[in-house]
Design a protein. Structure first.
Length: 236
């Protein structure tokens, strides 16, 4: 086999190995990413609950201010009661007092309801914070394991890169440039075997003349249909 073609096959295999590292790292990080995503989801829920709690506090303050106003109003009614001269005035003032007292009752009930709702929101926040705390601990453990595995893969990748560099240095740079040009679009199917007289990349049958050239392996032959570099697969 042409030595340049042999080297191209080696480089193509190395490139496939290099391209496999990133998916491996991504796979390792999957569990960590799930934990981070869950933490983010819980953090958003806490933010929403925090907004709800602030809204409840504002409503409570509004009712408390209303109670103060009603208290002042009842005091005024009491003062007016001392100056009543007619039954009509007494009935009007009594009605006004009754309405004010009903409003006081309603405001107190609303404050009590809001306080319970606020407690409920705070309990939910607490529950989510506890979950985040557990996830944070889990995150630390996973990160340690991930870092160790990633470091191993990075060391392996560096070794493979060096193997490729050592091989590239020995080769004709025009051939390397030609290979890289094909690799831009063909990716890991830049150098492919011929099987049953068909290109291993586009799977279209090649003619007898091209096939014979591939079998001889004296020169670098490309597929007339797709342009990939072809080689004869050695039968075991």
């Amino acid at each position: 086999m042409n030595k340049h073609l042999n080297h191209l096959i080696e480089i193509a295999n190395i490139d496939k190995e290099i391209d496999s590292f990133e998916p491996r790292i991504t796979k390792i990080r999957e569990e960590l990413n799930k934990v981070l995503a869950k933490k983010e989801e819980l953090t958003k829920e806490i933010a929403i609950l925090g907004d709800d709690r602030r809204d409840i506090e504002l409503k409570t303050q509004k009712n408390e201010l209303h109670l103060e106003e009603l208290s002042s109003k009842l005091e005024e009614i009491a003062k007016k009661g001392k100056a009543i001269k007619t039954e009509k005035e007494m009935k009007a003032l009594s009605l006004e007092e009754e309405i004010a007292k009903e409003q006081v009752t309603f405001a107190n009930e609303e404050i009590a309801r809001l306080e319970k709702l606020k407690e409920s929101k705070e309990e939910e926040i607490k529950g989510y914070e506890e979950q985040i705390s557990i996830l944070s601990e889990e995150q630390k453990n996973i990160e340690q394991a991930v870092q160790s595995q990633v470091e191993e893969i990075e060391a392996e990748r560096t070794k493979v890169f060096k193997a490729k560099e050592a091989l590239v240095v020995k080769m004709d740079q025009k051939i390397i440039a030609f290979y890289e040009k094909i690799r831009k679009w063909a990716k890991n199917a830049s150098v492919v075997p011929v099987r049953k007289q068909a290109c291993g990349g586009c799977f279209i049958k090649i003619n007898d003349k091209i096939y014979a050239e591939v079998i001889k392996s004296e020169d670098i032959v490309t597929c007339p249909h797709c342009g990939r570099i072809l080689y004869a697969e050695i039968q075991a």
